[in-house]
Structure formats: structure tokens, C-alpha cells
Design a protein. Structure first.
Length: 383
């Protein structure tokens, strides 16, 4: 029988990526595999505690933090976000998705907390990235893979307020931007900077000691380089350990700004599988975990989002499997992937946590061959 180490090593040996850390846990049984190096030069071997840029695997973690505010009663799903985000009190929407940014009308209603959690607020990326109203999200707001270029939250929100939404609130699932808006909401509603709030509510109670929005100097020796493949397949450095994540960003991105390790992500996954409780201490209510891991989309919304969701649904902060499109799809499987080459999922029906961390950027929204091979392995024999 093929081992996890063999699955990952095949993709390191063929030059697809310098190294990888993979982990599949079924209850207390954990299979971990560490292969390759932290960089293409082979300056150091990969290790189980190597730190990676999570990119969009940040989303479910930040969402869990938001759910603690709902558990507290600080915010509610049906609340309008305007009291905390006055910049979005009177949003506008382009008349039709193909319209120019100056061809906008008032939104039919205000944006709610639940709209942000389910990615149906009206802001974000559709399957067609070329639409005029999508372009300012790149040019004005920058992106999670260059945290030092993103303005501080107040300025970011001011810029966002000048961009019309692509769809009416509640109408369509759109990717990414809602998480960053949610991060600002968390900070303002809690009265704490987002990094401090996540540390207090999640990282410290769960012992996620290597999860943060930057890597301190004492840990840079455990931090990988990040790579992108060119047209010829050669890997080029996108970010070095002493680069974008070596100092705290002005805008801590709830959409893609965290770094972490395989074992920190295992701990987070186990907390969710346990209904929000770890060692007798409740981090999240069972109801919040259920809401996070339940699909909230209509069939039409799922079908329109196939570029990202590949036939699956969306809970809060992550995808939820609803259809056996591929062999690894299992109803209720919840998690997400990161553009830097990361993947994190839990499968409640089998009690599984599956984590894959690599340094090679994904070429698009769809998982690369290495990731799909890992998913097949994690799903078990016959997949």
C-alpha cells in the first residue's frame, strides 16, 4: 500500500515542488510525512514544524474567530454591518455585472453579518475576472500575497466604499473580499486589533503557537521560501523568509494573511471536530461549528461558482462537500485551499483532519495534481 510519504515524494522528485509537509489524522492516529527541502537550493530539509504561508486557509480560522463574537452576543447573524462598518452603510451595485463602475444603483438592502460569512455580500470575485467592477478589487485593494502593499484597515475600507458591488446582497456567492471585510468587522466589534483578538480567542487557548500574521526573527529559520512556476515549469522565488511576512502588516488579512504549521492546523481541525470544545474548554459553541460547516448556498449559487467550488457548497469560511464529484468528496467534508499551495480539511463522518503544506503557488483556483493526490490518499482506500 502506498504511504503518505511516497505520495508526496513523487511530486518532489519530479521537480513540482521543493518540499512538503502532509498530515492525515483519524482521531488519535496521525500519519505525518515530511519530504524535500525548504527551498530549491536545498539549504535545509523540510521539518514537521516548518512554517508556511497559509493564504486562503486563513479564511476558516478567521471565521471561527468571528463566530466567537456571535457566541458572546457581541454581533448576530442578522445584524447589519453598518454600525461597525459605516463605510458600507449605503452601498451601491453595478446595474448589471458587465456594467462599468460608474453605472451603479443603490443596493436593495444593507449588508448583514451573515452575508459576509457566506460570501454573499456582493463584493468579491466571480468566475469572470475581467468584469469592470472586479478590476478595482485588484488595483485599489491589492491582495493577500503582498501584505506589505495593503493599506491599513481604515484606508482599505475607505477605498472599498468607493467601489460598487458586483451583485445585490444575498444574490450571489463571490470569492475572497468578504473575508477581509469580516476581519475589519471583527476588529471594530471586539475593540481589538485582529491579530490580538485571534491570539486571545483561538491561538493561545488552543496552543497554536506558530500561527500569526508575521514571522518573528527568532522563527525565520523555520520559514519557507514561496515559489511560482514559469511557463517552462521552472520555479522562481515569489517571497523569501525575510520578505513580506518578516514584519507585521498594516492590514492583517482575514482572507489570506496567516502563517502556520501542520500541527497548529491539526489542533484547529480537532477543535471543530469536537464541536468547539478542547480539553473540557469551549472555544466555539457546537451551534457555531454546525453553522460554519453547513452549506448555505442555493443550487444556482453553487453552479455559478464552479470555477472555485467545483460542484461543492460553502459554509462560513470554507467549502462544504455536497456532491461526490470526485473520489475524495464526502458529504460534510469542510475546509479550503490556499493559493500558496496549502490545503486543510476536516471530515466529520470519519473524524479526519487532513493538512497539506507546500511552497509552490497554485496556478489557478483548481487544486494541482499534488493536492489532488493528497486528497485521494486522505480519503482512504478505494478513493
Amino acid at each position: 500500500m502506498t504511504s503518505l510519504h511516497e505520495v508526496l515524494k513523487a511530486h518532489v522528485d519530479d521537480g513540482s515542488m521543493p518540499g512538503a509537509v502532509g498530515l492525515v489524522a483519524h482521531g488519535d492516529r496521525v500519519e505525518a510525512a515530511v519530504v524535500g527541502s525548504v527551498d530549491t537550493e536545498g539549504t535545509a530539509p523540510m521539518a514537521r514544524d516548518t512554517i508556511f504561508r497559509l493564504a486562503s486557509v486563513t479564511k476558516p480560522i478567521a471565521t471561527a474567530a468571528a463566530m466567537t463574537l456571535i457566541d458572546d452576543g457581541t454581533i448576530a447573524l442578522e445584524d447589519l454591518v453598518a454600525p461597525w462598518l459605516p463605510e458600507l452603510a449605503d452601498p451601491t451595485v453595478v446595474r448589471v455585472p458587465e456594467a462599468a463602475v460608474d453605472d451603479a444603483v443603490p443596493a436593495d438592502r444593507g449588508i448583514t453579518v451573515e452575508d459576509l460569512l457566506s460570501f454573499r455580500a456582493g463584493y468579491g470575485f466571480p468566475s469572470d475576472f475581467s468584469l469592470p467592477a472586479v478590476q478595482p478589487l485588484f488595483s485599489e485593494l491589492k491582495g493577500p500575497l503582498m501584505p506589505q502593499a495593503v493599506p491599513a484597515p481604515d484606508e482599505w475600507m475607505a477605498r472599498l466604499a468607493g467601489i460598487p458591488m458586483l451583485r445585490q446582497p444575498g444574490e450571489a456567492w463571490l470569492y475572497n473580499t468578504c473575508s477581509d471585510i469580516l476581519g475589519v468587522l471583527i476588529a471594530r466589534a471586539s475593540g481589538q486589533p485582529l491579530p490580538e483578538f485571534l491570539a486571545e480567542r483561538l491561538f493561545e487557548p488552543l496552543g497554536m503557537t506558530d500561527t500569526a500574521f508575521s514571522v518573528p526573527a527568532r522563527k525565520l529559520g523555520r520559514f519557507t521560501s514561496s515559489y511560482r512556476a514559469g511557463a517552462d515549469g521552472a520555479l522562481a522565488v515569489v517571497d523569501a523568509p525575510d520578505g513580506e511576512w518578516s514584519s507585521p502588516p498594516a492590514f492583517p488579512s482575514a482572507a489570506g494573511g496567516l502563517v502556520s504549521t501542520a500541527d497548529d492546523l491539526l489542533t484547529f481541525g480537532r477543535m471543530l471536530l469536537a464541536g468547539g470544545t478542547v480539553d473540557g474548554r469551549e472555544t466555539l459553541s457546537a451551534d457555531s461549528v454546525r453553522r460554519m460547516t453547513t452549506d448555505h448556498l442555493t443550487r444556482a449559487q453553487r453552479e455559478a461558482s464552479g470555477l472555485f467550488l467545483e460542484g461543492q457548497g460553502w459554509g462560513y469560511g470554507g467549502a462544504v462537500d455536497v456532491a461526490a464529484v470526485e473520489s475524495w468528496n464526502e458529504p460534510g467534508r469542510y475546509g479550503w485551499v490556499g493559493g500558496t499551495g496549502t490545503s486543510w480539511h476536516i471530515t466529520p463522518s470519519t473524524g479526519t483532519v487532513a493538512v497539506l503544506l507546500t511552497q509552490r503557488e497554485m496556478p489557478g483556483p483548481s487544486g494541482p495534481d499534488s493536492m489532488r493526490a493528497f486528497w485521494r490518499y486522505a480519503a482512504g482506500p478505494g478513493s
